[in-house]
Design a protein around this ligand. Structure first.
Ligand code: ADP
Ligand code: LRH
Length: 503
């Protein structure tokens, strides 16, 4: 059978990559054409994405993809982080540089929104967990600004990239659900929510679904990248987490997943949303997935906490100025030797969202809960990883309780797969076997949805996952240690975690 090549553009908060997937009915291999850093910049107090630099990285990646294969690309798919957007004038000009979700402009927005729509009503209508940076809060904060006032169109980040590559505007559904403006039952706009908040839904181009065509590369893009034949862009799960969950190599339905990268997204795949008050109080989200699924999960701070610690130590000169993979490996080895569960923090706490001073904030959280303050990078790293494992366990336990489902296996996908200590601690904390891999699940999910749309492979998510299971290297971790130690650690954090989500 003829092999087809698909390019996955996958922008994560820590790096962007263009990955080429070669697919035939029984074959799936990945080749990383290009990886580039994603470094936000603060300008006059506002934290921005470097959107043109990221776009240039994508063009360079497509150029590298064109060079590495003599065969034409069958199509390209784009996925990125959620919630953020660019505003366009009527002629398509980008009116302002997109703002980073970690910017603090939304601090007072939830209060403003609550005056119009109670948290209960908002959750009943959208099923989206409360995170201060959800698109509705960003739009409420931007109301009256010159850019939003002048805007003719709003494009979420993957849709903006897709528009620049093809000239065709659209709003891909899985990512649209993270705006908190979609009704998860109808999988269409939650018009009453938008009306109540004064958000103009006409800013959003029509919805498109994963697998649908999304235009072809513009002539200028072909010239810039050296791609020669017309290349279609196919809509995929454009929310990176939607693609990552497609990329979970599960072989049975009773699995939980943890997509670990900058964030840890831990939960279950369901076929209908859970919109109960208990679910809202536990701060679970119902993001929309590929093939009519629902991603029922909780956002956990993720390896962001470690990234930010490393950045702080570099600045202070505690570690090398540029942390290489070898330094990270050494740090994780030292953390593996540190005392287990000495102190834990609530890795769901929004106090950890903003950049800067991460080791200090972790130390404060330990102090507040009467636990020993970690002193060294190894101790702090251990505290972060123990805390993440604990939060993983809590998210999976809560998801099981709130959905009535059973879980027998936990899949870890994303960059955290490279962190064997985190995978083992998660198995220990959950008391369940963990299957780790693939690390590039988002790119794989992206490629698989394209390959199916092109007719190269067929079937539902379970068939796509079977192909992953038979072709991707995976590692299994069995639970070890004294399970009750995790219960005692959880007890130290007390009920504070639950009550905060409920407010
Ligand atoms: P995102 O998609 O959010 O940019 P990734 O899924 O690429 O994030 O994950 C990035 C994280 O993966 C890094 O912050 C790091 O903690 C972890 N990671 C990546 N490579 C390694 C490695 N070789 N060893 C340990 N951890 C790693
Ligand atoms: C992960 C992610 C996550 C969102 C966050 C903004 O990259 O898309 O699913 O909640 O970024």
């Amino acid at each position: 059978t003829k092999e087809h090549r698909f390019a996955a553009v996958d922008l994560g908060a820590s790096s962007g990559r263009v990955i080429v997937g070669e697919v035939a009915p029984e074959r799936l291999t990945l080749h990383e054409a290009h990886r580039f850093p994603n470094q936000p910049t603060r300008v006059l107090g506002t934290l921005h994405w470097n959107i043109l630099s990221l776009y240039q990285g994508i063009l360079n990646g497509l150029k590298a993809a064109a060079r590495t294969t003599t065969h034409p690309l069958t199509s390209i798919g784009i996925d990125t982080w959620a919630v953020d957007y660019g505003l366009l004038a009527a002629d398509g000009t980008l009116l302002a540089n997109p703002v980073h979700y970690r910017d603090t402009r939304t601090t007072n927005a939830p209060e403003k929104v609550a005056k119009v729509l109670s948290p209960q009503a908002l959750y009943a209508a959208t099923g989206i967990q409360h995170l201060p940076f959800n698109t509705i809060y960003q739009l409420i904060s931007a109301q009256g600004t010159p850019a939003l006032t002048a805007a003719h169109r709003l494009l979420l980040i993957p849709d903006l990239i897709s528009y620049w590559l093809t000239g065709e505007p659209g709003t891909e559904l899985t990512n649209a659900s993270t705006t908190q403006l979609i009704d998860p039952r109808t999988r269409d706009w939650a018009t009453p929510v938008a009306q109540a908040l004064g958000i103009d839904l006409a800013l959003f181009p029509p919805l498109r679904h994963p697998g649908e065509p999304a235009g072809t590369l513009r002539q200028e893009v072909l010239a810039e990248t050296g791609l020669t034949t017309p290349v279609p862009v196919t809509a995929v799960g454009s929310h990176d987490t939607a693609s990552a969950v497609v990329g979970v190599p599960a072989t049975a339905p009773d699995f939980a997943y943890i997509a670990t990268g900058t964030w840890s997204l831990a939960g279950l795949e369901l076929d209908a949303p859970v919109l109960t008050e208990a679910s809202r109080a536990a701060n679970f989200t119902n993001e929309l997935g590929v093939d009519g699924t629902v991603r029922y999960l909780r956002n956990i701070m993720g390896l962001w906490m470690l990234q930010e610690c490393v950045r702080a130590w570099e600045t202070q000169g505690t570690t090398a100025t540029q942390t290489t993979t070898t330094d990270l490996t050494a740090l994780l080895q030292a953390a593996a030797q540190a005392t287990p569960l000495r102190s834990v923090v609530d890795a769901g706490d929004p106090a950890f969202i903003a950049p800067h001073h991460m080791p200090d904030r972790i130390a404060d959280a330990c102090r507040r809960t009467g636990q020993p303050v970690p002193r060294t990078p190894a101790e702090t790293t251990r505290c972060v990883l123990d805390s993440l494992a604990l939060a993983h366990r809590r998210a999976i336990d809560d998801a099981v309780r709130l959905s009535g489902r059973t879980v027998r296996t936990v899949h870890i996908v994303g960059g955290g797969v490279h962190n064997a200590l985190l995978c083992q601690l998660t198995a220990d904390a959950c008391g369940l076997p963990v299957i780790a891999g693939p690390a590039e699940a988002a790119a794989l999910g992206n490629v698989l949805v394209q390959a199916r749309a092109a007719g190269v492979i067929s079937g539902g998510l379970s068939e796509l996952r079977a192909l992953l299971h038979s072709t991707q290297p995976l590692r299994q971790y069995e639970p070890t240690g004294d399970h009750s130690a995790w219960d005692r650690a959880a007890a130290r954090l007390g009920d504070a975690q639950v009550t905060r989500a409920a407010t």
